[in-house]
Ligand binder design. Structure first.
Ligand SMILES: NC(=O)c1ccc[n+]([C@@H]2O[C@H](COP(=O)([O-])OP(=O)(O)OC[C@H]3O[C@@H](n4cnc5c(N)ncnc54)[C@H](O)[C@@H]3O)[C@@H](O)[C@H]2O)c1
Length: 442
């Protein structure tokens, strides 16, 4: 297991210079974490090259983006995109004439979830077909990169891929019960995880969230060698999640969203970075705080630990410097509600004895209990209910601050990281915002 190591001091300025290249491996969405990396890369004059996961036609065929889709994605990225589909996973793979996982699950009924099963042989064959497809696509991407990256340039490969819920209807109601269910609707994550459907998710998460980092590092070996021989430095950074230290009761304490069933795949990602580091490749997983993005929308309650970032910022910057941010947040609340009350309620949740069993780093990720889920979902609803308009949330503002801050920290820390896995806690984010390196974020 990876030792807990948080980034304790702000990184020195990285050696990237104008004309160096950030390669984003994973698509960019409007409020996604990778926006922070793109912003920082651009701020220091790097070029940004993006990738796509491609799209599926109605008959299931994986294809590159159309000209229109490509133009839209390039406009959002503000850079060119290599139009080779990098979709990871195996849910749509057909092997030996057998229907894909998604096809096999088409008629599955949610209430029969516990008895749905697959032949392990089939899953393994589908997985290896998906791996082969992904590796071949990455090789094509590297081929195109070789002609786009100037000789001698430094390159930062950034991995943002995560996911892997197989595309079958049966998962929607089940995962809603696992992540949002209370009372009779509550479904314990452990029971789900130990079913065949849970094992399928595990294999899929490992492939999409974890192993793609290995494929990236391996498929770019020749390019890395060529760039290195010409004097360029190549770095790899991946977004991880393994809990975050936030202020609880006035002290920084490591905590995590539960049930984060992707956690095993995220630890695999850390292992891949450690192995690459052992082989002399500079690869780091940056474990980032909980924020609201397209991907985390399913995990209602994940946002509660974001509120205390406000206290961290105020502690480091002082009341006066933090005042404009506090005022912006206050303006988002209903009349009669205050930021102080909101912070108290978030703290009461995070300090609850019901979560005590889930504060053990060594046994992460933890499974849900009914009491914990009911408390988390009720607290989440209470905090959301303090807002005047659900389209204007304090957590959206804090998420933006976090993705910009982590992007800045990751670009610079990736140059000389000193560890294969680093945690970016609320403490270092607050200190960044108070430092010259964090100028312009708040
Ligand atoms: N949101 C959070 O609270 C949080 C916290 C810590 C770390 N992270 C990590 O940050 C990274 C970016 O996530 P985000 O929250 O910004 O959400 P996002 O939805 O913006 O990004 C998800 C990424 O995963 C890629 N992806 C999804 N399915 C894929 C597939 N089948 N094959 C290949 N790529 C696929 C997407 O293209 C996209 O780049 C992820 O690794 C995520 O685990 C998120």
């Amino acid at each position: 297991m990876t030792d807990y190591r948080s980034l304790e001091k702000l990184p020195d300025t990285a050696g990237y210079k104008p004309g160096d290249v950030l390669v984003l491996v994973g698509e960019l969405f409007g409020r996604g974490y990778a926006n922070g990396l793109v912003e920082e890369a651009r701020r220091i004059g790097m070029d940004v090259i993006g990738t796509t996961v491609g799209r599926r036609d109605s008959d299931g065929t994986l294809r590159p983006l159309t000209a229109e889709e490509l133009a839209g994605a390039e406009a959002l990225l503000g850079g060119s995109i290599i139009n080779v589909p990098l979709e990871a996973g195996f849910d749509m793979e057909q092997v030996d004439g057998q229907p894909s996982v998604a096809e096999q699950l088409k008629k599955a009924k949610p209430d029969e979830w516990a008895s749905i099963s697959f032949s392990p042989d089939f899953i393994e064959k589908a997985r290896s077909a998906g791996t082969a497809r992904m590796r071949a696509a990455l090789a094509q991407v590297m081929h195109q990169l070789a002609s786009r990256i100037p000789s001698g340039a430094n390159v930062l490969f950034a991995h943002s891929m995560a996911g892997g819920i197989p595309r079958a209807r049966v998962f929607m109601p089940l995962l809603n019960r696992v992540f949002k269910g209370t009372g009779d609707k509550f479904l314990a994550s452990e029971g789900f995880w130990n079913s065949d459907l849970g094992r399928l998710c595990d294999a899929s998460f490992n492939e999409v969230t974890g192993d793609t980092f290995r494929y990236l590092i391996e498929e770019s070996a020749a390019l890395r060698g060529r760039l290195g021989a010409a004097g360029g430095q190549v770095r790899y950074a991946a977004y991880g999640y393994h809990g975050t230290a936030v202020l609880v009761g006035g002290e920084y304490r490591w905590q995590s969203y539960t049930p984060y069933v992707q956690g095993w795949a995220k630890m695999r990602l850390e292992d891949i970075a450690a192995e690459a580091t052992g082989n002399g490749v500079v690869a780091t997983v940056f474990n980032c705080p909980e924020i609201q993005t397209n991907s985390s929308a399913l995990f209602l309650g994940v946002e509660i630990s974001l509120y205390p970032l406000l206290s961290a910022i105020r502690n480091v910057a002082g009341e006066r410097a933090a005042a404009p941010l506090f005022e912006r947040c206050q303006a988002m609340l209903k009349e009669g509600e205050t930021v102080e009350h909101l912070l108290e309620r978030a703290d009461a949740y995070l300090a609850s004895p019901l979560l005590a069993g889930m504060l053990d780093f060594a046994t992460w990720p933890h499974h849900s209990t009914r009491e914990q889920m009911e408390l988390m979902l009720a607290s989440s609803a209470e905090l959301l209910g303090m807002h005047a308009d659900h389209k204007q949330l304090i957590c959206a503002e804090l998420s933006r601050i976090v993705f910009l801050s982590t992007g800045r920290l990751m670009v610079h820390a990736s140059w000389n990281p000193g560890a294969a896995a680093l945690w970016l806690s609320h403490d270092i984010i607050a200190r960044l915002l108070h430092d010259e390196l964090g100028t312009g974020i708040i």
